[in-house]
Design a binder for this molecule. Sequence first.
Ligand SMILES: Nc1ncnc2c1ncn2[C@@H]1O[C@H](COP(=O)(O)OP(=O)(O)O)[C@@H](O)[C@H]1O
Ligand SMILES: [Mg+2]
Length: 308
Amino acid sequence: MPFLSVQHVSKSFGPPRSRSHVLHDINLQIEEGEFVAIIGYSGAGKTTLMSLLAGLTEPDAGEILFDGQRMAGPGPDRGIVFQNYSLLPWLTVYENVALAVDQVFPSWTPAARRAHVEKYLATVNLTPALQKVPSELSGGMRQRVSVARTLAMQPRVLLLDEPLGALDALTRGTLQDELSRICQEDKKTVVLITNDPDEAIYLADRVIPLTAGPRATLGPSIPITLPRPRDRRTFNENYDFKQIRHEVVNYLLKARPRDTAGLLKKLVLPNIEPEDISGTRGPRRPRNAGPIRRAEIAAVAVGTPTEP
Ligand SMILES: Nc1ncnc2c1ncn2[C@@H]1O[C@H](COP(=O)(O)OP(=O)(O)O)[C@@H](O)[C@H]1O
Ligand SMILES: [Mg+2]
């Protein structure tokens, strides 16, 4: 019996007549201690899938089993880290983590809780910033607080929803290294959502592509056979890395969104033209004259008066 098992799960939103079918027939089996990366297009339904795994939303069809039990609602055994940090801005770094620890471990002594908070903030190299508030931190530091807060709750599964997506490349690389170290040390069960094939291959045991929506579904599981610890500097010369990357990217390209052309055909542009503010085309239009309409320009061109 897999640790986390998703069976024939589908999810849609909206009223019956204009329902948007986001996820279709999702099947996923994850063993304890495995690090799985799911990679897909923006808007495909990655966050929806994460919310289902966290128990924040319910599937329309199918079921999700966690350690053999049907999942019922969210719980501290599944910790989630979102892309947008979600810290409380009026609390310090220490207090943001302590709040979660107090809720999950209320029976511990205050000294034990303090030591626990400090340990996890040290794990993400934030000891010098304990008393700072989020507005005083860089994006990378804020995301470290989020990670420390989730780890400190000691979840049995770590759900990471594009946690590094908003960071610049260098900070992103540093945090990838930290995540890799922490997850290997703890042998955590992790589901990482990302849109970066290199990040997925660097961190995970296997990568699963999510096809473009609507009705997005998971593709084949691609094992990452690269030995650990991995050194990204050697990737460019590594044949296995290139093969895996090729496989992931090719699958995603084949499964890319198809309806863009149809959408463009139906697009009706409003009957207005951008205003010329360069001042080179005759007198300036009065401020209250409203937008310039295309019919008006055509009329001027043929010398006929226009309606006011
Ligand atoms: N609560 C909701 N109500 C209605 N539509 C939603 C809801 N959550 C997500 N969606 C829609 O589902 C689709 C997938 O969203 P999401 O899971 O956030 O994508 P991703 O994380 O891959 O960018 C989008 O079209 C989004 O508008
Ligand atoms: Mg998302």
